[in-house]
Design a protein around this ligand. Structure first.
Ligand code: AKG
Ligand code: FE2
Length: 369
């Protein structure tokens, strides 16, 4: 079944199937067209205070906590990643996706043990209720070789090693693209630095010491992707064809930092089941909470459903960065999120295992090879 927004005979709400680590869940979703979000639904938060004194950091933490408990989505400005680093990565994404298909096959995700490399368009289906994702992706996972907090590669603990998912074939197969690897890694490093800094604010927002998560983010889930949503023809826009860019889903790790270009197209599901447009605000990144952090906070912070449409003739690009804990580190619900009245709802689990369970569900339910 596909969702339509134009047919007047449609019911006001339809059922949307979503994937989780523990099997499908269903949401009632309005069939009315998406509306612009209100500032209180997806607020813009000035994070320059994370570079300030403790009082400023705490005031930032209070704002982030409110947004994380509400929609679980917010924009951040003054985040410290310089515009040139972003634009260079964006240019490299454009170069990569416009290479011939035969060349992109050299870094196909089919060669990956994990989620590295190029994913062809129309191969994934994020939500079983929606069409195939009309998106291409190039992704790469955390590799300690490039961590800006430099690592002694000979001293990585064995249990950490088992959770590492970086793979060199993505760089070997793109060696012919001038500066491609450097520009990708530079952008990834900037995101990783920002994510580690923001996580300290998240710790404060959960009434924990700022360095609480430091020891579980020494080799963290830090996966970058370039997403490419090809422009569509004016005929299919006129017909409001239901080709989805990226189907409805929640993100998996602690939080995501997302740069999106000016085309727009990101939509966020409100608590009452209406789609909200998360329109691009220049100079900002979108931050959203993922399933693992929702679990660790006993559902206090919200991992919210979102999707993408590109209903424009222009190509759309976005660059998400997914941040979590060391994949081998088993963590339970945080002490500040449990009480006699609110006992822990979840068993301890590692970030790596919770991702593995989610992808296992996808493999079991996917009909497309
Ligand atoms: O492309 C976007 O704007 C969002 C991407 C996204 O949700 C994802 O990659 O998980
Ligand atoms: Fe997402």
């Amino acid at each position: 079944m596909t969702l339509s927004t134009t047919n007047e005979t449609l019911p006001a709400f339809t059922k949307l199937e979503l994937r989780t680590a523990y099997g499908p869940v269903y949401r009632d979703v309005a069939t009315t067209p998406p509306r612009e979000c209100l500032p209180e639904e997806i607020p813009v938060i000035d994070v320059s205070r994370m570079f300030g004194d403790l009082k400023q950091r705490k005031s930032l933490a209070t704002e982030i906590r409110a947004a994380a408990e509400n929609t679980g989505f917010f924009y951040i400005k003054n985040h410290g990643i310089d515009e040139a680093t972003i634009q260079t990565a964006h240019e490299q994404a454009k170069v990569f996706f416009h290479r011939p298909e035969s060349e992109k096959q050299n870094v196909s995700r089919k060669k990956s043990k994990f989620f590295n490399g190029w994913l062809q368009r129309q191969t994934g289906r994020s939500s079983p209720s929606e069409a195939l994702d009309n998106m291409e992706q190039f992704g790469w996972c955390y590799d300690p070789k490039y961590d800006p907090e430099s690592k002694d590669l000979n001293a990585i603990p064995e249990d950490v090693k088992s959770g590492l998912q970086g793979e060199d074939f993505v760089w070997e197969g793109t060696e012919h693209l001038p500066n491609f690897k450097n520009d990708c890694i530079r952008y990834w490093q900037a995101n990783l630095q920002l994510a580690r800094r923001l996580l300290k604010i998240f710790a404060l927002s959960l009434d924990l010491p700022e360095d609480y998560f430091d020891k579980v983010t020494t080799y963290p889930g830090s996966d970058s992707a370039f997403n490419f949503y090809p422009g569509v023809s004016s005929e299919s826009i006129a017909k409001r064809s239901e080709d989805i860019g990226l189907g409805s889903h929640t993100d998996l790790q602690c939080f995501t930092l997302l740069w999106q270009d000016m085309n727009g197209g990101l939509q966020v599901l409100s608590k009452d089941g209406h789609w909200l447009k998360a329109t691009t605000i220049p100079g900002t990144l979108v931050v959203n909470i993922g399933d693992y952090l929702m679990r660790l906070t006993n559902d206090r912070f919200k991992s919210t459903v979102h999707r993408v449409y590109n209903r424009s003739t222009a190509d759309r690009y976005s660059m998400p960065f997914f941040f979590g804990f060391n994949f081998n580190e088993t963590c339970g619900v945080l002490p500040s999120c449990v009480s006699a009245e609110e006992p822990a709802k979840y068993e301890p689990i590692s970030c790596g295992e919770s991702i593995r369970l989610r992808f296992k569900q996808i493999e079991e339910s996917t009909t497309v090879a």
